[in-house]
Structures are given as structure tokens and as C-alpha cells.
Design a binder for this molecule. Structure first.
Ligand code: ACO
Ligand code: LMR
Length: 264
């Protein structure tokens, strides 16, 4: 028989060898004919399956709502400074992306991990939050620099409204809201933030869609797919900030001395 040469790479999400590229077995022409959107493409390439329309629309809403949040946030600030240093698009983009992490935009996976674990174990919000405090860990998905009880994050409200209307269950989001009620009793800015909303709602999407086994959900949460949504979304804004600075022919940025506390 034929001898198969050993391969150095295994790939299971896409194939470009035929007449047309396929994403998770779905040919490009089908994607176009069926009017699929970017949410469907994300479903195919990240989750290796077609998800129901309410799920792909939710993914697209996450991408749209997280695309930008003004020039002052960590990511945009880095991108603006880099573009003003004369660097190219990719350098300016990645400079902003590199700020995404546990404090900024990259708390979605940990929010999903901690909310899932606490909710599945039946911990009360008090037990969960105080347990985290004892461990010295800030609750991922809770807290915001400028949002508060009296200045709620519209993005969170929009995501919650969508889920209430379209999701079969919002169990995990309900738990996150209970946690928020407890943290708000401690301080006004300890709101459920957009990372926490996406983290908890994605758990509801995974569990409620009937498209994933329990083992697959655990794997998605463990590997950490969900920060990818923020990375992807915010790239749109960071690219926009790069073009904006170039269009405005902004000079090299230097931070003003007056804004630095020089001290020993
Ligand atoms: N859980 C528990 N307590 C908290 C939390 C939290 N998530 N956030 C703040 N606190 C408490 C702490 O007691 C903190 O004191 P400490 O510094 O001794 O721990 C106190 O509030 C003061 O915090 P602030 O200075 O008001 O918070 P700050 O503005 O520095 O931080 C931040 C905002 C970074 C978002 C913070 O709330 C946090 O780390 N949250 C968790 C990570 C997270 O969800 N990040 C995503 C934010 S949304 C986004 O980036 C798109
Ligand atoms: C964002 O989406 O960038 C924010 O929620 C962070 C911020 O400080 O506004």
C-alpha cells in the first residue's frame, strides 16, 4: 500500500486545497450564498460548527459593542502614541493589543471561569466575593474606572436586553447580576463590566444553545476562547485610531512634565 509521509502540522478548522477554501467544511460559496456574517465565520473557525442565528448575532453584537471606547483607554492610548512615533499600522495595532489583559478587556475568560465555578458550586454572592477577597483576587468582570451604579455601562445593558429576549436561559448572567448587587453594596464603581457581561452571557450561550457537550464547554472555558472576542473587536477601533493619527499628521507624543510627580 501507499506509505503516508508523517506530517508536522495537524489542522482541523480550514482547508484551502480544493476549488475553494472551506471553513469547518463549509465552502466559501455557501458562506456567501447563505448570507452568512462575521458571527457565522467566527462560529466556524473558532467553534468548528454553525451556530443558530441568535448566537451568531450575539457574537456580532459583542464585536460591535467592543470595537472602541474612545482614545483614553489603555489600548487606544498605546496605539495613538505608537502611531505618533511614526510606526506602521501593524506596530501601532499590536502596541494597543498588548495592553489587553486581566485589567483591561482581557478579563472575559477569567470572569467566565470564576462565575461558572461559583454558580455551579452554588456559592452565594457573599461566599464567592468574600472568598475571592481572602485569596487576594479581584473578581474578574466586576469594576470599572468610569462606570458606576449611577452611570451604568450601556453596552452591558444592551447585551443583557438581547439575551433576555433571545436566550433560552440566562442562568449565569443572573448569577453575575447577583454578584454585582453584592459588590455594589461595597462600592459604587463595582459594577458588572462589559467583560463580565460577555463572560457570563457566553456561558449561557454555550449551555443554552444545545450545540456543545458539557466537556466541550469545560474545554472552551479552560482554554480561554472568549478574550478573543475583545481582541478581535478592539482591533477595529485600534486600526481606526492609527488612521486617525496619520490623517491628522500628529507629531511625536511626549508626555508633559507637569503631569508627572517627580519624587524620591
Ligand atoms: N473585585 C473586588 N474588589 C475590587 C474590584 C474587583 N473586581 N475592583 C476594584 N475593587 C476594590 C478593591 O478593594 C480595590 O482596592 P485594592 O486596590 O486594594 O484591591 C478598590 O476597589 C479600589 O479599586 P479602584 O481603584 O476603584 O479600581 P480601579 O479603577 O483601579 O480598577 C478595574 C478598575 C481595573 C477594572 C478593577 O475594577 C478590576 O481589576 N476589575 C477586575 C478586572 C476586570 O474586570 N477588568 C475589565 C474591565 S472592563 C474593560 O476593560 C473593557
Ligand atoms: C473599554 O471598553 O475600553 C473600557 O470599558 C475600559 C475603559 O476604561 O473605558
Amino acid at each position: 500500500g501507499k506509505v503516508r509521509a508523517p506530517t508536522h502540522i495537524i489542522s482541523t478548522i480550514s482547508d484551502d486545497r480544493g476549488d475553494e477554501p472551506c471553513y469547518a467544511g463549509v465552502p466559501m460559496s455557501t458562506i456567501i450564498q447563505r448570507g452568512y456574517g462575521v458571527g457565522d465565520v467566527i462560529s466556524l473557525l473558532w467553534f468548528k460548527r454553525s451556530l443558530p442565528r441568535y448566537c451568531t448575532q450575539f457574537i456580532e453584537i459583542c464585536v460591535m459593542l467592543c470595537a472602541d471606547h474612545g482614545p483614553c483607554v489603555s489600548g487606544a492610548h498605546n496605539t495613538i502614541v505608537t502611531a505618533r512615533a511614526g510606526k506602521d499600522l501593524v506596530s501601532s495595532l499590536v502596541s494597543g493589543l498588548l495592553t489587553i489583559g486581566p485589567r483591561f478587556g482581557g478579563a472575559i475568560d477569567d470572569a467566565a471561569r470564576y462565575f461558572k465555578d461559583a454558580c455551579d458550586r452554588g456559592l452565594t454572592p457573599y461566599e464567592f466575593v468574600e472568598g475571592m477577597k481572602k485569596k487576594g483576587i479581584r473578581v474578574p468582570g466586576i469594576g470599572h474606572r468610569i462606570k458606576s451604579r449611577d452611570n451604568r455601562d450601556k453596552r452591558v445593558e444592551l447585551l443583557q436586553q438581547y439575551a433576555h429576549t433571545h436566550f433560552p436561559s440566562v442562568k449565569y448572567m443572573g448569577y453575575a447580576v447577583q454578584v454585582e448587587a453584592y459588590t455594589l453594596s461595597k462600592a459604587n464603581n463595582l459594577v458588572l463590566n462589559v467583560d463580565g457581561a460577555i463572560g457570563s452571557l457566553f456561558l449561557d450561550l454555550l449551555a443554552g444553545s444545545g450545540m456543545f457537550s458539557k466537556q466541550e464547554i469545560d474545554e472552551i472555558v479552560e482554554i480561554g476562547y472568549l478574550n478573543g472576542l475583545f481582541v478581535l473587536a478592539r482591533s477595529i477601533g485600534l486600526i481606526g485610531h492609527t488612521f486617525d493619527q496619520k490623517r491628522l499628521k500628529q507629531p511625536l507624543y511626549r508626555h508633559p512634565w507637569e503631569d508627572v510627580l517627580y519624587t524620591k
